[in-house]
Design a protein around this ligand. Sequence first.
Ligand code: DAH
Length: 342
Amino acid sequence: MHASTTDLLNEIEQFSFHQSSDLDAFKNLFLGKKGKIAVLFEKLKDLPVEERKAFGAEVNRLKDVAQQKWTVFQQQTELLLDQDDQQKDFDFTLPDVPGRSGSRHPISLVKTEIVQVFERLGFNLALGPEIEDDWHNFTALNFPADHPAREMQDTFFISRSPDIALRTHTSSVQIRTMERLKPPIRSIAPGRVFRNEAISARAHCLFHQVEGFYIDRGVSFKDLKDTLYHFCKELFFKEIEIRFRPSFFPFTEPSAEMDITCLLCKGKGCNVCKQSGWVEIGGAGMIHPEVMRNCGIDPDEFTGFAFGMGIERITMLKYQIKDLRLFTENDVRFLNQFQAVT
Ligand code: DAH
């Protein structure tokens, strides 16, 4: 390349645009009638014939480069000016467009409602860690060392020996509260729990429970039934039936599973209640003496009941939701329906 064209190419490339007036400056400097490229074209006629063709091609290329650089900046400038114009036309005194407000998640709404019913009965809110040790999640709750619930397929372990895992139920908070307080204790503990389960319409690896318990002198199974019956009537605002089926949990004796009338079919039988008219909402029972001892409470002096309920299940019944996955998919069409409730 000829030295003069190389120098000019560098100059063109190094030119930087800062403001719209630079467009004219660039044009005059390089592309105008008296610009630097025109000067080179002038030189053409003084060159020997055999050099003219190659030099002419170089200068033409320079012109293309300069023209292209100018066009790119000109287009950008136009865009910016358009935006400026739009902003000038905007009337900043216009009133605000009423925006859609967010809504609380149905699980959160129902959790709050459950806690409020129990708070009115004198229960205190308790919270515990989601990452738990073996003692609080299993051992203190009287789970035998070989209990299947401890196994890998149910529990998300974070480490082994010492075993640290994502809590599989909120009963761990019951232990922490019993260790901390002296009876009488009335405690309600909502929270997230984790189990290694395949996700489907009826099961999830992450869900919510609420744990409650009451320890005092002379607490009986009747108190448990009355409390939970009262709770169901408060929460669902309708004539609802509740039934207890004998069951087993290592931390309660006797133990029961609690069913309530299926509200989706009003007890007639549907897919959700497997045609039985009843749906299980949780487990309950009288706190096992061994669990009391593990937490330093004398079972000869005190008795207590405990219960654990699934918040998803209760929410599904309350709002006629048929698929558990809706709670975690964050579909705004689903979530927006709870705006009125918030
Ligand atoms: N922790 C039990 C579960 O996750 C539920 C439960 C049953 C809690 C009985 C209790 C209880 O406090 O007494 O399946």
